[in-house]
Design a protein around this ligand. Structure first.
Ligand code: NAP
Length: 244
């Protein structure tokens, strides 16, 4: 079965690096017209060199006003991938209000905001659509030093479900992917230490971390009509970690 998005318009947040960048490029290969949003211009410059058909959007998703203005010019969106997130790791007793607020602003509040704008357009056009939120296995398991990250992703899972409930009648599906560790820049932050990595892979039945393409393929599936009856799903991409 081949996935095609010919004639569809997609928006991917956090598309400068890692999973978001690979998702934007995969969507182009599947025929979608893609807007790539991230906050570092140099990443957009290199993405455009790699794929000139992508439309770049340089904005920090946590800036409510800037996002509101920037998305006015994007035009209709059929497929949305809320991927931008930050991981700020510290022991529970050392979490600061600033770390808490900044992470919730990016990982949760910005997903709400971008999705409100995009879904309002889908509803007004009556065209339906598909939204995928990039969550984590950390939404459902406690991980040391991950107080803030785990709680943002737990909130994101419930946001996904309530969005599925309220947007379903407009034929807008909302799902999440929940990956295990992927060795992107973010993955290296928490899991470069071989002892930590070994302790984590020991808890994954398949015995290894995920690759970027494992996550991208699940995102494409949930965006596509191949999953047309799935909404409100939190899909593990975790080698069985959450089953244990
Ligand atoms: P990454 O390599 O660090 O890439 C994240 C991208 O998001 C970067 O381009 C980053 O831009 C952008 N971004 C971050 N904050 C932003 C903001 N406020 N506004 C706009 N763009 C912003 O991370 P990744 O590993 O690909 O992670 C992608 C998603 O997968 C995240 O939702 C993450 O929580 C989730 N995830 C990752 C793992 C993992 O182990 N890697 C596991 C489970 C889930 P800058 O570089 O300019 O900040």
């Amino acid at each position: 079965m081949e996935i095609t998005f010919t004639g569809k318009r997609a928006l991917v947040t956090g598309a400068g690096k890692g999973i978001g960048r690979a998702t934007a490029l995969a969507l182009v290969r599947c025929g979608a017209k893609v807007t790539a949003l991230t906050r570092t211009q140099a990443d957009l410059d290199s993405l455009l060199q790699e794929c000139p058909s992508i439309s770049p959007l340089c904005v920090d998703v946590s800036d409510w006003g800037a996002v509101h203005s920037a998305l006015q010019d994007v035009g209709p969106v059929d497929l949305l991938v809320n991927n931008a997130a930050q991981a700020s790791l510290q022991p529970f007793l050392e979490v600061t209000p600033q770390q808490f607020d900044q992470s919730f602003n990016v990982n949760v509040k910005a997903v709400l905001h971008v999705s409100q704008i995009v879904a309002a357009g889908m509803k007004a056009r009556g065209s339906g659509g598909s939204i995928v939120n990039v969550s984590s296995q950390a939404s459902q398991r406690a991980l040391k030093d991950h107080t803030v990250y785990c709680t943002t992703k737990a909130a994101l899972d419930m946001l996904t479900k309530v969005m599925a409930l309220e947007l379903g009648p407009h034929q807008i599906r909302v799902n999440s992917v929940n990956p295990t560790v992927v060795m992107t820049e973010m993955g290296r932050l928490g899991w470069s230490d071989p002892d930590k990595a070994q302790a984590m892979t020991a808890r994954i039945p398949l015995g290894h971390f995920a690759e970027v393409d494992d996550v991208v393929n699940s995102i494409l599936f949930l965006l596509s009509d191949l999953s047309s009856m799935s909404s409100g799903v939190t899909l593990p991409v975790d080698g069985g970690f959450l089953a244990c």
